[in-house]
Design a protein around this ligand. Sequence first.
Ligand SMILES: Cc1cc2nc3c(=O)[nH]c(=O)nc-3n(C[C@H](O)[C@H](O)[C@H](O)COP(=O)(O)O)c2cc1C
Length: 343
Amino acid sequence: MNPLQRPIWLAPLGGEPACAPLVAAVAEAGGLAWLGGAYLAPARLAAVIDEIRALTAQPFGVNLFWPQAWRRDAAREAHFLQMLAPFHAALGLAPPVLPARFEESFDEQLAVLRERRVPLISFTFGDPGTALVQQLQAGGARVVGTATNVPEALALQTSGVDAIVAQGAEAGGHRGSFLNHLDTALVGTLALVPQVVDAVQVPVIAAGGIADARGVAAAQALGAAAVAVGTAFLLADECPVSPAYRAALAAGAAHDTVLTAAFSGRWARGLANRYTRETAALQPGGALPDFPIPNALTRPLRQAAARAGLADGLSLWAGQALPLARSAPAAEIVRRLAAGWRG
Ligand SMILES: Cc1cc2nc3c(=O)[nH]c(=O)nc-3n(C[C@H](O)[C@H](O)[C@H](O)COP(=O)(O)O)c2cc1C
């Protein structure tokens, strides 16, 4: 069976949750599990892929960020460092400085996926284009793109992807948007999925706001070929998020989610905290350095906040369906979701 036909997907979760035990547990339970590989250095990415293969013989996929054009801007960087300074001081950290590099090499990450013969590869933040899609397919991989509106889905289809994840505005983590600006990209899953299903001929996977069997049934009714679930798996026993993040997630019903660009330079949905409140004015194209520069600049703060158990300095990525999520082994979460899928 084509693994893309598995109805329940563990959506790629980059950062803390990106680990072999969670991917393997979902794959073993019959889900299609994606590793969020974007933040992993190439050697680490290779090691995690090997670790997954040691844990399961089931197929799985790896997701990467499509590289973003960015340019340095001394004034915006200085402003951002100044804004970060009191957050550093509050945690007893040295003042923030510019790191030597801002992101992992996409080409080297992709080389790892080719070399390890990863059978399923997905991208977010962009359209990989016909040449790369054909190259990866010729190497035996299936390629999945991420769209947040119909024009993006059409562009991905033109590039020849095997399936498209339609990511609604409810979704936790980064928006996959790459065409049009934020306002037009914020289409909710209920509205987005049937529009994309009508517009393209490839399978469409619904993502955003699906956290229990009812959401799965709704996505199927909208014409989705599968669902990609992120937030509900953040509370899986196998998901290695820091205790402060887990505690914030467990209390999720008590908090709002907000879109913030102030952690990475791109819009992403997470729980509101002191950092998101105090940086709410920072927007891409405004005072904020280009993605992924802020991501590199906020890393020491996020890591220190995790060590100190302070949720106020963490990026608490989570989607609007968080209050529906329950702590459980990943296999149990897969089973609960699968109960909503017919056939
Ligand atoms: C913690 C976290 C990390 C994420 N990292 C990635 C990523 O690296 N790549 C990606 O394509 N999507 C990423 N996403 C988005 C998810 O893949 C997915 O679209 C989203 O979680 C679906 O909506 P839901 O959170 O309502 O289930 C992330 C989401 C979360 C919550």
